[in-house]
Design a protein around this ligand. Structure first.
Ligand code: ADP
Ligand code: MG
Ligand code: MG
Ligand code: MG
Ligand code: MG
Ligand code: MG
Length: 617
């Protein structure tokens, strides 16, 4: 998540009075960064991953697996350990050190996340583009997991699992138990207040999204109809007649749809785990080129990493988390949603290609783009080009959701807090990250669509794949543009059940030449996942072949090539269907469990066996 101040967060009625103040000063802060760093160049490729875990407490007697709400204690412990490691005290870590080759990787970072059962870890310092670093990613991930695991209770396991199957079911799904009737921030039927990180930022974010929107968030996922799932499906576990919060009647008045799994709180989305990657580019225009190049890749890798087919105890007809998170922080008012004033949640896919490269033709930016005209004019008057001005003034249509009374007035020359307040609560598939003030860090791009994978081998494989693809995009100046509305269609397709195996996605054919003007419908066509990754005859070489062409330009030893090849092979096989996605694996596990009743219901016992099987991987 973004910034964690210590301070007093304002309730929505107060916070909204400062919305223009935060936007105005946020842009001033961005302009200071721009003036200082727009010409900065020569930064090397540095990159790093973020992996999120859920801590699950197993009970062998009871055959249950629940979310452990001990994040605060766990993070305090891990931060002591990390501190000792960086001070050179390697006690306790010796056995884990065997996993890794060099010392710098032994100092990871652990961060809090939205869920009180979640941890996030990053490598202590970013990787370089050298092949040796690529090869240490998996070790580093395993080391971080082992370090976390070593400091949990014996029955607690950090799992890289995208969505907890029983989050929000009736009965006990957290350790310890809390009653959802106490959910004063979200007013959820299903998730107790204690599901949320207690830091003031998180309950305030939850409550202010609900207040700004004027209702609870409402997500309806189509249920997976199995042989014995009742039709129509009307969820008997929703407390339809509860009467505690003013929104309690919403469900029966249309918020909860039949034949769907209804979710009503931020925690259902922000409580998911994902895998994110951040890349530093040489300069701002390369960062913009990379950002654009990765936009069409977002939905492709969402589908290929799909890992979340179970929601609130039911099998869903989707494989991915994306629309759940988008809906879970959708703070738009009814008017903003209904009249298409603002077409998307602040968590959604990117709306604008931003590179000034000639490949980026205006017709590719074919989404309706609301933007703040006065901010746009101000950026233009400052000398910033049309596309970057549109990008920023589009992000800045949003209100700041959490404002701390202590940090309302800032020194705009040295702070970026107001800028980040808006920037980091635009949760899109890609994030264009300007350098923080007063740091050696350059212009970066964050790739955010992937679901976290069950094993570190898989997480490393996807990280290596995207790193090498981003290298290929920049060094061959690949042209991957398709109309951005088609990327959005791909986002919807990517989440459908079995999309990786069965769906077709719009993808560009000619990636080398600059493209013929005008004939845009001939530039792209529908391709299967196999064709996008592994090639489509003479029509399209496939992303892996582009990556291997890039690898050919490197001086790389056979042993290293074999290791990189083992990662790329995973991607190849997942794309051609010889390896199934985690979502398909999970769905198959449930459907073949001896106690499954073919009614879409995932019981406590199935959940226990599933998560145990996952730990054993
Ligand atoms: P976020 O704001 O997305 O939560 P994090 O701080 O959690 O960001 O993660 C940022 C990632 O970027 C980490 O993996 C870190 O190693 C990596 N990183 C740090 N510095 C750089 C840099 N200069 N260039 C690229 N990546 C970096
Ligand atoms: Mg995170
Ligand atoms: Mg992070
Ligand atoms: Mg984050
Ligand atoms: Mg962060
Ligand atoms: Mg991130």
């Amino acid at each position: 998540m973004g910034l964690l101040y210590l301070g007093t967060p304002l309730p929505w009625d107060e916070a909204k009075k400062y919305a223009d103040h935060v936007r105005t000063h946020g842009i001033t802060q961005f302009l200071h960064i721009w003036d200082r760093l727009k010409d900065r160049t020569g930064d090397e490729l540095l990159w790093g991953d973020e992996i999120e875990y859920m801590v699950v407490a197993f009970d062998e007697q009871e055959k249950s697996a629940k979310l452990s709400l001990r994040q605060t204690e766990i993070l305090a412990k891990l931060s002591d350990i990390v501190h000792d490691i960086s001070a050179g005290l390697r006690y306790e870590v010796d056995t884990l050190m065997l996993l890794t080759d060099h010392f710098s990787v032994a100092v990871p970072n652990f961060h809090p996340e939205y869920g009180r059962y979640m941890l996030e870890s990053t490598p202590g310092s970013p990787y370089t583009g050298y092949i040796q670093d690529l090869l240490s990613v998996e070790c580093n991930m395993r080391y971080r997991r082992a370090l976390a695991r070593k400091h949990l209770k014996p029955n607690e396991i950090p799992l890289t699992f995208t969505s907890f199957p029983l989050l929000g079911v009736q009965g006990h799904f957290t350790e310890p138990y809390f009653n959802p009737n106490d959910a004063v921030s979200s007013h959820s039927f299903f998730l107790p207040e204690e599901i949320t990180n207690p830091h003031a930022r998180f309950p305030t974010l939850t409550a202010n999204i609900r207040s700004r929107r004027g209702s609870k968030v409402a997500i309806n996922l189509p249920i997976f109809f199995d042989e014995k799932t009742p039709r129509p499906f009307v969820d008997p576990t929703i407390p339809w007649d509860r009467n505690i919060y003013k929104e309690d009647s919403d469900a029966k008045n249309g918020a909860a749809l039949p034949d769907h799994i209804y979710l009503d709180a931020m925690g259902f989305g922000m409580g998911c785990c994902c895998l994110q990657l951040t890349f530093q580019a040489c300069n701002v225009s390369d960062a913009r080129r990379l950002y654009d190049g990765l936009i069409p890749i977002g939905p492709i890798l969402l589908a290929l990493t799909g890992a979340s087919p179970i929601w609130r105890g039911y099998l869903a007809d989707v494989d991915c988390r994306w629309n759940v998170i988008a809906g879970s922080v959708d703070d738009r008012t009814e008017e903003e949603r209904g009249l298409k004033v603002i077409p998307k949640s602040r968590y959604d896919s990117v709306d604008l290609y931003i590179s000034n490269d000639g490949f980026n033709r205006p017709e590719y930016n074919d989404n309706y783009l609301p933007y703040d005209e006065s901010i746009y004019d101000r950026l233009r008057a400052h000398g910033i080009d049309d596309l970057l001005s549109k990008h920023m003034s589009h992000l800045f249509i949003r209100d700041p959701l959490v404002v701390f009374s202590e940090t309302i007035n800032q020194d705009d020359t040295s702070s970026s807090d107001h800028f980040e307040n808006i920037q980091s609560t635009n949760w899109q598939t890609l994030r264009f990250k300007p350098p923080p003030p007063n740091s050696p860090i350059g212009w970066r791009v964050e790739f955010r669509s992937m679901e976290v994978q069950i094993t570190d081998f898989e997480n490393a494989a996807f990280a290596v794949f995207v790193v090498l693809l981003s290298r290929a995009i920049l060094s061959f100046n690949l042209n991957l543009y398709i109309p951005i509305s088609k990327v959005d269609e791909n986002m919807a397709t990517a989440q459908r059940r079995d999309a990786a195996a069965k769906a077709k996605f719009h993808f560009r054919k000619d990636v080398y030449p600059p493209g013929r003007s005008g004939a845009s419908s001939e530039e792209y066509e529908e391709m299967s996942m196999d064709e996008i990754i592994n090639g489509k005859g003479d029509n399209f070489p496939g992303l892996l072949r582009l990556i291997y062409a890039y690898i050919d330009t490197l001086d790389i030893e056979p042993r290293e090539l074999a290791k990189v090849g083992s990662y790329l092979d995973l991607i190849r096989r997942r794309a051609n269907g010889s390896l199934i996605t985690p979502a398909t694996w999970i769905r198959n596990f449930v459907r073949s469990h001896p106690t499954y009743k073919h009614d879409s219901v995932v019981s406590q016992e199935i959940n226990y066996d599933l998560l145990l099987a996952i730990d054993e991987m």
